[in-house]
Design a protein around this ligand. Sequence first.
Ligand code: ATP
Ligand code: MG
Length: 339
Amino acid sequence: MENRVYKITLIEGDGIGHEVIPAARTVLEATGLSFVFDEAEAGWETFERIGTSVPEETVEKIERSDATLFGAATSPTKKVEGFFGAIRYLRRRLDLFANVRPAKYHPVPGATPGTDLIVVRENTEGLYVEQERRYARGRVAIADRVITYDASYRIVEFALELAERRRGQLALVHKANVLPLSDGLFLEAAYDAAKRHPTVEIEEVIVDACAMRLVRDPSQFDVLVMENLFGDIISDLTAGLVGGLGIAPSGNIGERAAIFEPVHGSAPDIAGKGIANPTATILSAAMMLDHLGESRVARVIEEAVDRVLESGPRTPDLGGRATTQEFAEAVAAKVQELL
Ligand code: ATP
Ligand code: MG
């Protein structure tokens, strides 16, 4: 087997990003794969230092690498002149059209056994075109929700390919009963894409019913695909089903680049203390390996995480006393044992 060298850009960002990214790196270095890591900067601290949250050099590094692992970036709650959110900017700039959010059972408090699904969220349009207007002396407000055939086709095609590699089931999540023109177009594009994937079993699910069915029995779903806002809400629900923020990984995937990141933010309340749970970032690193074609090693990392979550050491959010790095070193040791 050829021994590929993977070029990985690491972006710590802000807050606990400085802790969880080194932790994930410790685990990646234990896999025996060859990596060249290149560090890049983005986020609020970068903005404060040099006046932009995403330097051009960072964009170039992401484009040149095989994949990027991102920690977290803080956004100020007040509007700051010239500031833009790093990850939102990168999604748009690099056309990272697919937001992929797996929700899989791991042995942590409150997680629903049997959950193993992936939410695929369209990342470029819907309400996120950010076109709002006020009329009638400010007493009426309208927000545009843009659905295009091409973006719908592209995201469903992506989800179909994912479903083929998994259990072969795809849920098309929509609200075409109320929005027959826009969500009707999403469904039209979806069925056109599905013609080329006859082995995938397609099911239409109305978004509200989807929320209820997920809470009652998430094991009935494999891959779910939907437009931007539905995906935002449903993927937070599914993260909640498997134990919440400390656990949930994600990927932002496009034709030219891919950025993997934990769902949680920069957690300023616990930053700098060395107690952040790095599980979500380690699982994001495993997703990144899947994306690079290293599925066997990705499964080993997931298995190692589960073993350590079961037997300890655990970080304080899971009732333990371990530091971020101690947890990561325990996972790294388990990876080497399982390889
Ligand atoms: P941001 O503005 O960057 O999103 P935030 O204040 O919203 O920051 P989040 O990171 O979204 O913070 O986290 C919300 C809560 O969950 C915080 O109380 C935080 O301490 C906790 N939390 C988030 N991630 C982790 C983690 N990896 N380990 C432990 N606790 C976490
Ligand atoms: Mg947050």
